[in-house]
Each structure stands twice: as C-alpha cells, then as structure tokens.
Ligand binder design. Structure first.
Ligand SMILES: *Cc1c(COP(=O)(O)O)cnc(C)c1O
Length: 465
C-alpha cells in the first residue's frame, strides 16, 4: 500500500512516511492508492461471530500499515491502545428511540472521540521512533479537545516532546485542566495571549521556518494526519455490526474539521454498506450550506455551545472532494486555490446531485441544542453533551425512513461540557472516576505573548534541542 496526495503533484509514499508527516509536499492530504475491501461474512469467518474491538481493528487496519510493522506488533499496539478505555466494549452502542442509536466514542482518557485515534497514533509514533532512534518534537495548537487528547497520547514517551499552544483564558476550565495537570517531563503547555487563530498561525510559521523545524525535528498530530482517519474507520464497522449486523444503516456525525465523518466514508469505500451520511453542523454551518447548494463559502466563526465544531474551514473535506472528483488531483488543486484566494469554491449541479444520494446535512443552533439535551434526558434518562445533541437533532431532521437505523456518534462525555448540560437539565454531570479530582490537581503552564520569537525560544529551551 502506498499513499497519494489529494493534489496529485507529490510522489507516492509509504505508511511510515505518512505517519510522521501529515501534509504532502504539494500541500495536499494523503490517501491510500486503493481502498482494501472487506466483507462482513469474511470478517466473521476469521474473527468469530462476536469479535472484540481490537481484533476487528487489527483486520481493518492491517492492509494500511503492512509495510511499517508486522501483524503481532500491530495487535500488541492495539491491545495497549484500547486498554486505556473505561468501557469493556471500547465503543458501546445504545438505543435511544425506535430507530436512533448512540455510539459512545468518549470512553477514552480525555472523554472525547479524538482519543480513539490519537491513543493509537501515540503508540504508532513511539514504535516507529524506537526503530529509527529518532527524537521528535510535536507542536500543535488547540481550541480544546485535540490538545488534551494529543497530550494523553504522547505523555511519558522517551522519543518525543509535545508542545501544545492554547489561547490564554479562552478554553473551558475542564479542557484547560485536562492539558495543564498532566505531570510529565515531555509535556509543555503554553497559553498564548491571543485567540485560537493566533496559536494556529504560530504553529504554521514554525513549520515554514526550515531551520527551526529541522532543529527540533518538528512533527504534528492534527486531524489531517492519515493515521487518525484510518483508526476511525474501525468504529464505523464496529457500530454497524453491533446495531444491524452490517446491513442498512445511516450515520449522523457532529462535524467540524470533517475528519470523523470522512472516516465513515472511508469505511464505506472499504465495503461497509451505508445508506446515508448525515453531516451535523452548529451555527457555523459551512458544511451544511455546501451539501445544500454545492458552494462552500467560509464566513466568520461564531462561538457556540459546541466549541469543537466552531470551524469555517474543514480541512478533511479535501479528501472527499478528491474522491468525488474521481481522484483528479489537478481539479482539487484548482478548487482549493480558488477557495484560498476568493473564500469560496463550488461543484457543478450534477456533482451535487450525485453527492446528495449518499450525503445529507443539517444545521442546529444553540437553542435547539439545549432543547435536545433536555428532551433526551426526559425521554431516556441519558445525559448527552452539546456536540452529541447537535448530532441527534440533525438525525431527527433527516429521519424520513424509520425502518433504517441511524447511528448518532456521541463525540464527547457530558461532563466535558457541564455548563450546557446543567443549563438544559438542571443536572451537573459527574466526571468519571479517573478524572474526579481534576479540579484539585496542580496546573503547570507558561503564559507567552503572541510572538513567534518568544515561542521558538521557549521550545528550544524546554525540549533540550
Ligand atoms: C473534534 C470534535 C468534533 C468534530 O470532529 P471533526 O472530525 O473535526 O469533524 C465533534 N465533537 C467533538 C466533541 C470534538 O472534540
């Protein structure tokens, strides 16, 4: 298996190269040269009627990583990865109404779905760095969930340092504490006096600075990393097998950067039957507008109760564009340049029509989000977080065929966003046992001005390069 760039101008590379890189040299994102195909009957034959999550993950992931590690090593990494999850089935599914199901992706260490992939990516990085005796510095910017998930995935590893920039005073307290209370020598938290875009711009500027990025052997774990998408493909197969035995199903996914739902499409391209993908947006509805009009136009970001979806540029959308344009990298490149220069791009009417066979979307504002949290609690006794509630509301808007189950991905634990849940239900959701002293733990982070020179100096000093 080799990997290609969505912009068609970069040479194919191996999984090992894709893992540590992220972006292709032509600015595109990596995708496999072909999608391996699985059939439910074959999977059951090799895994038994009731496979474990890690056994299924081994089968699905193996063809993608074949030349970077052997099968026993992969199984071993998967066992280690999912041992950190608080639920025995790793990703439990629950029926909430007649045909709506929840897939709880939040039983990892930081209570958001990002753990499912990042925990594995941490182990894959570690494995590869040991083999090559390299040392890297992972640098990332976060508005909340990604930072803590990346820190938990990379903490205490000998071959890496991790530096996470967050906007000072602009993340929720739970999110900040999940990052700043990790007591590990290779973890470095920086609060930047600025907003999330400032943090992101600092990271981009450091990547462009060849001398600096080479000096610290800089790497990233952001959501355009192929390995994250790959790890997420597994739970679409898993939940579909659980709910329907892998027959007719729709998925509804609270979306921001489009990494999660694109992994669902990846599962479909590997053979999983999926009737429809429902893209759920909050008031930052760039994706919903695209699936309704065929035009993608970025507007300014408005803060909402579901902050991990407060995005106007969905990086992973480029991967879908590549697939629907029959893998024509040149056209993807032209469209993205246009988006970059003019702030919008469009596909023609026939492409949109074809897309709408498999894709639907919906926009859910904060009022409806709170109403949905309250309604689900009243009807089922379940507390759901605001991101999950956006997804459930979008599923209800798109439930025209009640015979087909819809699996709504529950992307965060309700205790990660306690204020919204409290406003809607009057109940303050409790943190799970491994985090129940989070508010008492000692925090450690450095506050720096929004200055590239200051941040570079900090990193050089702290990482021993
Ligand atoms: C990151 C995140 C999302 C958005 O996922 P994408 O892959 O960026 O579309 C949704 N909900 C929660 C809780 C998240 O942390």
């Amino acid at each position: 298996m080799r990997y290609l760039s969505t912009r068609g101008q970069a040479p194919p590379v191996t999984f090992s190269e894709v893992l540590l890189k992220g972006l292709a040299p032509d600015g595109g994102l990596y995708l496999p040269t072909h999608w391996p195909k699985y059939e439910i009957a074959d999977l059951k034959k090799s895994l038994g009627a009731q496979p474990t999550y890690t056994a299924l993950a081994g089968e699905i992931i193996w063809p993608f990583v074949e030349d970077a590690l052997n099968r026993d090593e992969l199984n071993d990494l998967l066992e280690k990865t999912y041992a950190s999850f608080a639920s025995e089935s790793i990703i439990p599914t629950k029926r909430i109404t007649e045909n709506l199901w929840l897939a709880e992706l939040f039983h990892g260490p930081t209570l958001a779905f990002k753990d499912v992939a990042l925990q594995l990516v941490g182990h894959l990085f570690d494995h590869q760095l040991r083999k090559s005796s390299e040392r890297i510095t992972i640098v990332g910017a976060t508005s909340g969930d990604t930072g803590s998930a990346a820190i938990e995935a990379c903490r205490d590893r000998e071959a890496m340092d991790i530096v996470i920039l967050h906007p000072h005073g602009k993340t929720s307290e739970v999110q900040r504490r999940q990052m700043t209370t990790v007591d590990s020598l290779n973890v470095h938290n920086v609060a930047i006096e600025g907003n999330f875009d400032d943090c992101q711009n600092l990271v981009k500027a450091m990547f462009r600075d060849d001398e600096f990025s080479q000096a610290i052997n800089m790497s990233a774990v952001n959501s355009i990393n192929w390995a994250r998408v790959m790890a997420q493909i597994v739970y679409y197969w898993w939940t579909s097998i659980e709910v329907t035995g892998a027959s007719k199903v729709k998925f509804c996914v609270p979306s921001g950067n489009f990494g999660n739902i694109f992994a669902g499409y990846g599962a479909h391209l590997t053979g999983l039957p999926v009737e429809k993908f429902i893209v759920a947006s909050n008031s930052n509805d760039v994706l919903d507008r695209f699936f309704k009009t065929g035009e993608m136009e970025a507007r300014t970001v408005a803060p909402t109760l579901s902050p991990s979806m407060d995005i106007q540029i969905s990086s992973n959308f480029e991967r879908l564009l590549f697939e629907i344009l029959d893998r024509d990298g040149q056209r993807v490149q032209t469209l993205l340049e246009q988006f970059h220069n003019e702030g919008s791009l469009a596909v023609d009417a026939s492409t949109l029509q074809e897309l709408n066979i498999k894709w639907a979307s919906s926009r859910v504002n904060d009022d409806e989000t709170l109403e949905m949290i309250a309604a689900i609690y009243k009807e089922t006794g379940e507390l759901v977080d605001p991101h999950t509630a956006v997804g459930i509301a979008a599923a209800k808007h798109n439930n025209e065929d009640p015979d087909i189950p819809i699996i709504c991905l529950a992307t965060a634990h309700p205790s990660k966003f306690p204020e919204a849940v409290h406003t809607a239900t009057g109940i303050k959701p409790e943190l799970p046992p491994h985090l129940d002293d989070l508010y008492e733990r000692k925090e450690d982070y450095s506050v720096l001005p929004n200055s590239l020179e200051d941040v570079k100096e900090f990193i050089l000093n702290r990482t021993g390069n």
